[in-house]
Design a protein around this ligand. Sequence first.
Ligand code: MRU
Length: 331
Amino acid sequence: MNKKSLKPIIWDDEKKELILIDQRKLPNKLEYFICKTYEDVAYAIKEMVVRGAPAIGVSASYGMALAEIKNEDILNAYNTLKNTRPTAVNLFWALDRCLTAYKNGRSILEEAKKIHKEDIETCKNIGIIGEKLIDDGDTILTHCNAGALATSAYGTALSVIRFAFYNGKRIKVIADETRPRLQGAKLTAFELNYEGIPVKVITDNTAGFLMQKGEIDKIIVGADRILADGTVYNKIGTYSLAVLSKYHEIPFYVAAPLSTFDLTSKEEDVIIEERDEKEVAYIDGVKIIPEGVGCYNYAFDKTPPDLITAIITEKGIVKPSKDEILKLFNK
Ligand code: MRU
């Protein structure tokens, strides 16, 4: 890991506390949010102190561990944590692993530590494998934050970008600001700039114009859930970018760990989170739409497989097709 890399999730083994970078405060303040109970962890996930599919999975597993340490009702903790955010499947994957460990008489804390450690390794491998797709001189567009802040380290889409940079490729990153919560402007720009990786922020509606001008070579995004047929759920706006990339014949890559795949759900089973209208209606506490007008605030959208060039995982790069995806799982 780079000396300057951010550690968004820290487990304090002495104090038995989970320490999270408070992502609501970035980029202006690098502050930490301490979780002493599973309820604190549930709050942190719901309020987006911690966000990003792998990061919420890892945090939730420590939430389960906190319930175990305090001799609390494990099923209660499981259900509370499960009901924080509905779309990213890593949350349910991690909670189920912890529950299985508990039911089999194993330590939840040890399982949480394992999930945490695996996530670091997994994200590293995504970067090492995916960076081969990047050419020297590429300008890469990314959306939201699929970086170190969204995982335990390195990120997914940003791991690919990081490893290309670490390997000396002269790349530039364009970060969509990603309304309404501005994860691109606030988080992606912060973490890349923190490591000296060249990044510029654009408003979301600038992406098409840059593609038309021939200024984008590749697009890489993360994912919150990938179905067996390669349908990708990710931050709202991902679908629009994928359509634009098809029109402009720009490769569109999705980088995600196997823990983001959901091989059993169908499209109708997936809940797209709808968040408070206020996130759209207000900017920095100032109301920007007229009184009495409502807003849509879908947090995620759905990108069909025919718009995706390939999916980069820790086990290799695959086409978004059922055959190739099942092979990743040895099925
Ligand atoms: O609402 P958020 O900030 O949790 O959404 C995050 C994303 O959509 C990311 O792209 C996704 O979780 C992948 S993170 C490696």
